[in-house]
Design a protein around this ligand. Structure first.
Ligand code: ATP
Length: 152
């Protein structure tokens, strides 16, 4: 596996991706960032795919607005995607990154999906030597946080 590294503006990529998903699904996706410019070196297509996977999950498993927050400091880029949806039971969280893993059959029927999204997301984060964490409470919502090292 290899990365096609580019220097790009993560704020712009996130805005474009959120706009595209907003137009397709008519859902409110808010992008929060202190700066207009968060430049990073990484595989732009894979980071776009990562954003699509996380926002698409938030769309499928929540109703309220979806919040995407970007930041960069101390050599680390942070991306989080947060929803106020159905959440994930604590004992399921360790399995989320396994291929074909889905939380329950009721969700599978109503939303469709193969259970691949988060395993691909984790792969993309690993390729960038970053970290992905899940914070979730049933009936309250889910936040997926990503930290990526800034390359020089
Ligand atoms: P797909 O392959 O289309 O992404 P999927 O959404 O089922 O299918 P994953 O993205 O890997 O697969 O997610 C795994 C499971 O984790 C989902 O089936 C869902 O139950 C749960 N999940 C993921 N994101 C959220 C979220 N934001 N809120 C609640 N549950 C979630």
């Amino acid at each position: 596996d290899w990365l096609n590294l580019e220097n790009f503006n993560l704020v712009q990529l996130t805005d474009e991706t959120a706009d595209m998903l907003h137009m397709t699904f008519q859902r409110m996706i808010r992008v929060h960032t202190g700066k207009q410019d968060v430049r990073m070196i990484g595989d732009k297509d894979k980071i776009r795919q990562l954003l699509v996977i996380l926002i698409d999950n938030a769309i499928k498993y929540s109703k309220d607005p979806i919040d995407v927050t970007l930041g960069a400091n101390k050599g680390v880029i942070r991306i989080s995607v947060s929803d106020k949806g159905m959440g994930i039971p604590e004992d399921e969280i360790p399995h989320l990154f396994e291929r074909f893993y889905r939380v329950d059959s009721a969700r599978s029927r109503s939303t469709g999906g193969a259970g691949l999204g988060l395993s691909i997301a984790k792969r993309i984060v690993d390729l960038h030597e970053g970290q992905i964490d899940v914070f979730s409470k049933p009936e309250q919502g889910t936040t997926i946080s990503i930290a990526l090292p800034l390359r020089k």
